[in-house]
Design a protein around this ligand. Structure first.
Ligand SMILES: *[C@@H]1O[C@H](CO)[C@@H](O)[C@H](O)[C@H]1NC(C)=O
Ligand SMILES: [Zn+2]
Length: 357
């Protein structure tokens, strides 16, 4: 299973990871071509090995406005449900909607033609000289898990907009259209589905169907939440989001590394060579409650301990997988009724699992 790159989320480093050829390019690259083995010429449409070529001159004239880019990253981080320096931006909340407006406004300022689909994937296109050719796209997400940092995903969106600006300032005129994409809900925070926007773009029909009955922890349906944010106006049909085969020529994603490895190695950038297949499982246990002072240990049927045993089993399974990159996490563990003097009668846990190919 090859899905769009999904990251883990301890966010302390500004190291950049170049994530290439995610599912959109993998699944929807032009027919009969393996996008990973095309030449730079094929991607760019320009000869790049000739001396004094347009591209050589171009490269020397490119200059990134790091000050403005940093200012925008800082501004975007203010759309948050938790105080700085943390960022919490959950799908279709007020701050998510404000952040989306911010992105669309920047795309407009860069002269991109902006489109949104029914779940709020946002596309800003710089139309190329040969507009009928499939575009080259880049982008990432701006939703942020609770108490995340300000760079996760954001670097790949604001960085992409700045990359467009750099090219525009240099006088470059693209042959293929170039497009910045902001993917909806890379994070599973609200509806338990990661890479929601990009999976729909990839045409996952079962997901489009499931989303019509999906609710969040407050029993707010996905469709109601999407409507409250100005999306999903057509009743119960999300298939309009699906992309046709060949919609993109190539896709590249710039992303911070969320782990410590590049920093530990003193490496400034890396290229992803494998993509995680993330999965999540929700488990509920029911046992027998009782007074914690009165029910003796042999007579207990403690739903909390069952959850704890499963959590340890997940750890053991992952450690024994033989793959250092395979990870499993019990990030939610709730006990009912949740009192120090009451044996848990129910427990709920959620397991996140990312297996590396
Ligand atoms: C969730 O909302 C639906 C429809 O509004 C309702 O029928 C259902 O009983 C609610 N479920 C819970 C657990 O509140
Ligand atoms: Zn991310």
């Amino acid at each position: 299973m090859s899905l769009r790159f999904c990251n883990s989320h301890s966010l302390y480093h500004l190291l950049l990871v170049l994530v290439i050829f995610c599912s959109i390019s993998t699944i929807y690259a032009e027919a009969n071509e393996d996008p990973t083995i095309r030449t730079m010429e094929a991607f760019s449409g320009y000869p790049i090995h000739e001396s004094n070529s347009f591209v050589t001159n171009l490269a020397s004239s490119l200059s990134v406005d790091t000050e403005t880019l940093q200012k925008r990253i800082d501004e975007l981080s203010t759309f948050s449900d938790t105080p700085a320096p943390s960022v919490t931006r959950v799908l279709y909340t007020e701050n998510d909607v404000l952040a989306r407006s911010y992105i669309k406004n920047l795309m407009g300022l860069s002269g991109l033609s902006v489109r949104e689909d029914a779940v709020g994937n946002i596309f800003g296109r710089w139309i190329g000289n040969e507009a009928e050719l499939a575009p080259v796209a880049t982008g990432s997400h701006i939703d942020a898990i609770p108490y995340s940092g300000k760079y996760d995903g954001v670097v790949g969106v604001l960085g992409a907009i700045e990359a467009i600006n750099v090219l525009k300032r240099s006088g470059f005129k693209p042959r293929r259209s170039l497009e910045v994409i902001m993917f909806t809900s890379e994070e599973p925070t609200r509806y338990g589905i990661s890479c929601l926007g990009s999976r729909l773009l990839a045409g996952i029909e079962s997901l489009a169907k499931d989303l019509t009955s999906t609710v969040d922890g407050q029993n707010i349906s996905f469709l109601d939440a999407a409507r409250s944010a100005g999306y999903a106006k057509e009743p119960n049909d999300l298939s309009s989001v699906f992309l046709k085969k060949g919609s993109y020529s190539a896709f590249v994603e710039l992303h911070i590394e969320q782990g410590p490895i590049l920093e530990e190695e003193g490496t400034s950038i890396g290229i992803v060579t494998a993509i995680a297949a993330p999965a999540s499982i929700k488990v509920d246990f029911e046992g027998n409650g009782g007074h914690a002072g009165a029910v003796l240990m042999p007579n207990r049927n403690d739903a909390g301990l069952a959850a704890a045993e499963l959590a340890l089993a997940v750890e053991k399974h992952v450690l024994e997988s033989g793959s250092i990159d395979t990870v499993g996490t019990v990030g939610i563990l709730e006990l009912h009724p949740g009192a120090i003097n009451s044996i848990p009668s129910k427990s709920h846990l959620e397991i996140g699992y990312r297996q590396w190919a």
